[in-house]
Every structure is written in C-alpha cells, then in structure tokens.
Write a protein of this length. Structure first.
Length: 78
C-alpha cells in the first residue's frame, strides 16, 4: 500500500501544492470528482492516457487515509 501512496506527490509549483499523481498536473481531487460523478475507470484512463490503473487506486487510498484519520464528534441535530 505504501507503494501506491508514493504515486501521490506534492510540489508547491504544481497546482499550488495540491496532491497530484506522480508530479503530473492531474490532481487527486479531480480523479475523485470524476469517479463521484460516475466516470468509469476505463473512461478516465482513456481521457488521461498518462494515468495508470494504480494511479486511480492511489487516489482512492489517499482519500481513504484522510477519512480514516478524521475524528468523529457527536452531532447535535439542527
């Protein structure tokens, strides 16, 4: 799993330091948005031929790590 996360890079000169895939100008955020909007892996890989299937896995794993580290607080109904 650590190998997958190594595909996620950060560089202040690339998209303002947002997490991107292997230094490309393709952000983790964009990949997650495409998936959330219903794009298939095949569609994403066809539209962005520089991406590899492990790049999509890495984006999902990165998001998982962020969510898994969240603190959960009691929520009071509004």
């Amino acid at each position: 799993m650590d190998e997958l996360l190594q595909r996620i890079t950060f560089d202040k000169d690339v998209l303002g330091g947002k997490p991107v895939i292997r230094g490309l100008r393709i952000s983790v955020e964009m990949i997650l948005e495409l998936l959330a909007k219903g794009a298939t892996w095949q569609e994403i890989l066809e539209d962005y031929p520089e991406l590899e299937p492990d790049d999509l896995r890495a984006a999902l794993l990165y998001a998982h790590h962020l969510v898994a580290g969240e603190s959960v607080w009691d929520r009071v109904p509004a």
